[in-house]
Ligand binder design. Structure first.
Ligand SMILES: *Cc1c(COP(=O)(O)O)cnc(C)c1O
Length: 435
């Protein structure tokens, strides 16, 4: 498979080169030259396949000959080392729990696949060590740190805004050590992101350090997210009903992966883009006008994105045809107040603790199903993108109850924090050059 830049000003590359580069040299996002379709037989008989076999078949056409069969199978197996349970909440709404990975975030899946693909590329090409540079507002950093921990030939440098990530998130970034370095930035998430952007276009750094990014612009992180849509389809409750999936969205990488899965032949009948008040995409679906904005802070902070970076890929899937997209995707957005009310209702009426992101997904799904002529003909699925413990402050305040800390988090809370303070871009640059 070849990938081209959506800015159309860079040469086509294979899978591994696209993974290594992250962004194309013309600053465009990579996109596959074609979207492969899967054998209808395979989809029909999907429950005869293991999760690992499904994931291998889904990713293989995107990788092509870049990774030999046995190695790719191993990479997929190592990536999917946990399950994706479905919990039925109401009669026609269930949740797909994507938070069973090591850092309790759905981003674990993409980070783990990307780390293993990069490690494979590195073995072939031992020239220079690779430095993964990433800015985080919380969950990305933890998933990337864990996914790349002890991966040979790869150094990870994570920038996070001091005092603006939760304690659990900070521990996940700062306690691993080895090839993972956390830089605590005196500033906001936007400042962190600006520094990372400056680093990627700094000629002196480009000359001396082999930098790549681990955001969802990277195709390995993005495409890996298809896995759980297929696995969820296999395990879906009420298979006689039409399946609808609601995706709590920020940068829209997760939803974009779902849409690619559907293009490959997965029978999902409709998608919902559920957002908080950062509603650039729902507004676009309503008006046809795409107007990126500055982001607004909310309690579902991993979705505080005003200019979603993957939306251009979604438009490409539909050849920029607004009406084609609108047939498959609906959008809904919610305020913090509405989200809090939903968390309370889901808990009091159904006994399920949703996190703020999942709650937004629930609301969008419910609104869509209720607007349909025959609500009972649908099985809705909303993605639970993080464990509620990661947003314990907000959730515990709403529910007036304490959330149990999962076993696998306890270790991280006892370890010592280690990070370097960074004041400005020059300090970051000096840090990267001096290693
Ligand atoms: C990253 C994240 C999202 C948003 O995912 P996108 O792919 O950027 O749309 C939603 N929920 C949580 C908890 C996240 O960490």
């Amino acid at each position: 498979m070849k990938y081209y830049s959506l800015n159309h000003n860079a040469k086509d590359v294979g899978f591994l080169e696209a993974v290594q580069k992250g962004l194309a040299p013309d600053r465009g996002l990579y996109f596959p030259k074609e979207i492969p379709t899967l054998n209808a037989d395979f989809i029909e008989n999907i429950n005869q396949y293991s999760d690992h076999e499904i994931a291998y078949r889904v990713i293989q056409p995107f990788v092509g000959n870049d990774i030999p069969k046995e190695q790719l199978k191993k990479i997929v197996k190592d990536t999917l080392s946990f399950d994706f349970p479905i919990v039925q909440i109401t009669e026609n709404i269930a949740t797909l729990e994507l938070f069973q990975g090591p850092t309790l975030a759905f981003k674990d899946v993409g980070a783990r696949l990307m780390a293993r693909c990069l490690a494979h590329a590195n073995q072939l090409d031992k020239k220079k060590k690779i430095t993964v540079l990433v800015a985080t507002s919380g969950d990305t950093g933890g998933a990337v740190a864990d996914g790349f921990y002890k991966v040979k030939g790869i150094e990870v440098v994570i920038l996070y805004p001091k005092g603006k990530v939760s304690e659990i998130q900070e521990r996940q970034l700062t306690t691993l050590g080895k090839n993972i370095t956390a830089l605590e930035v005196e500033g906001t998430f936007d400042d962190c992101q600006d520094m990372v952007k400056s680093a990627f276009i700094d000629p002196e750094l480009i000359q001396n350090v082999n930098l790549t990014s681990a955001n969802s612009i990277n195709i390995a992180r993005w495409l890996a997210q298809m896995f759980y849509y297929f696995i969820a389809y296999k395990n879906r409750p009420n298979p006689e009903k039409k399946l609808i999936v609601s995706v709590p969205s920020g940068n829209f990488g997760n939803l974009c992966a779902g849409l690619i899965a559907q293009q490959m032949g997965l029978p999902i009948s409709h998608f919902i883009a559920s957002t908080n008040v950062n509603n650039t995409v729902p507004e676009y679906l309503e008006s046809g006008e795409y107007t990126p904005k500055k982001s607004i802070q909310t309690i579902s902070n991993a979705m505080d994105v005003g200019a979603p970076s993957n939306f251009i890929r979604i438009q490409k899937i539909f050849n920029n045809d607004f009406f084609k997209l609108k047939k498959i995707l609906s959008g809904f957005s919610y305020t913090d107040k509405e989200t809090e009310k939903a968390i309370k209702e889901i808990y009091e009426q159904e006994g399920y603790v949703a996190d703020p992101h999942g709650a937004v997904g629930f609301l969008g799904l419910k609104a869509y199903i209720e607007s349909q002529k025959e609500p009972s003909s649908y099985q809705g699925l909303f993605l639970e993108t993080a464990h509620p413990i990661k947003f314990a402050d907000a959730v515990e305040k709403i529910l007036k109850t304490q959330i149990q800390i999962p076993e696998r988090l306890k270790g991280v809370l006892q370890k010592e924090k280690f990070c370097f303070p960074i004041g400005d871009y020059q300090e970051l640059k000096y840090f990267l050059l001096s290693r």
